[in-house]
Design a protein around this ligand. Sequence first.
Ligand SMILES: Nc1nc2c(ncn2[C@@H]2O[C@H](COP(=O)(O)OP(=O)(O)OP(=O)(O)O)[C@@H](O)[C@H]2O)c(=O)[nH]1
Ligand SMILES: [Mg+2]
Length: 439
Amino acid sequence: MKEFVISEAKAETAVLVGLVTKEQDEAKTKEYLDELEFLADTAGAVTVKRFTQKVGGPSQTTYVGSGKLQEIKQYIKKCQDDYDDWLEAGGEAPQPVGMVIFDDELSAKQIRNIEQELKVKILDRTSLILDIFAMRAQTAEAKAQVELAQHRYMLPRLQRLWTHLERQGGGSGSGGGKGSVGLRGPGETQLEMDRRIILQRITLLKQRLAEIDKQKTTQRKNRGRLIRVALVGYTNVGKSTMMNLLAKSEVFAENKLFATLDTTVRKMTIDNLPFLLADTVGFIRKLPSDLVESFKSTLDEVREADLLVHVVDISHPDFEEQIRVVEETLMELGCAEKPQMLVFNKIDAYTWVEKEEDDLTPMTRENITLEELKRTWMGKLGRQGDKETGSSGHYLECLFISAKKKENIDELREVLYRRVRELHVQKYPYNDFLYNDYE
Ligand SMILES: Nc1nc2c(ncn2[C@@H]2O[C@H](COP(=O)(O)OP(=O)(O)OP(=O)(O)O)[C@@H](O)[C@H]2O)c(=O)[nH]1
Ligand SMILES: [Mg+2]
């Protein structure tokens, strides 16, 4: 039998691992793994298999139980053998498994143990997200923020460096777009830095970010007496598409997670009423708190906004949970009390399953029409908290649009105009110049 070796060629094929627990039932775990697969895809990895295990909670040593770990090992080995057979036969070989991605954050100990057993790249949800961020970071600020988050992630996991795995492909310095999945961002030399050097680097990055932050604060102060509106929401809901539509900007938007990392601010006008509109980084479940912390200055745009437009992808099967995640993240940022409006986007892609009359199984979310959903959400306007939808926020407005098909955009503009104008008059009551213009 051939020796079990690692080759670079197989680096971009992934196996996903998640747990089914008391708190997270099978359906939930499937949703989480769907999202993890989308994240992997965004990072450039093809998922070939998923493993799940029903347990009370993650094992402290290997996350999954030892039986499941052996099962994963066998699978990896089988793929490798198939690959070798194919090569021998001279055919076009299917990729063997290059990495295993775990749906929760792993400790140093877990990573070390699992890596020893599986002998392929081990990633967790956090390192995968960080990897995508490193790939997406464009500005000096975003790059510094991602690098800071990566070092913070790395620090308690330094043992990971004494591994048999050859580390290649990392860019030097802060996240470059090149390199293979999980190895972008701080490169090999940096991975080998000891604790002390990493700590120095963290201090330096924090200083650099504080500098940028100062400049940005000054810039923001110089923007004049304009109401500031921020588009917030889960990743991939269509924030940038809306921004481009409303402000005629050209923010990068695509069907990948975290398409936009940097905040873009545009001055826009509706009926002679000028205000600022900001497109911000998307949120996601299990977003590492280090990352939220590292993105402090990017998120200041949200913190300092006068009005938040919470964009939701109504065509996503999990949109309700996404709303809750965004609400929680806003709470973490101390923004929960800001005036907010809810904009359900992608109504063109909303689907539902009609229930047969004689079908006595309970109604599920799948059976709800768009009209019913509208009624439910409209009904909770202005109310704090809601049992039916599980949402804790209270919203001034609730709109249903399609940014792509340009449906209900006039209504969106109208509502924005009304709310911004209201806020403007409250905030700058003596600004007669503006006032006269709008009467
Ligand atoms: N069907 C449909 N797709 C839409 C709509 N609006 C946006 N999209 C698509 O959704 C995907 C994500 O859009 P973005 O505007 O990049 O989303 P985002 O919220 O800025 O995402 P991040 O920057 O990754 O957080 C793109 O493929 C868009 O074309 C819509 O109204 N309907
Ligand atoms: Mg975007």
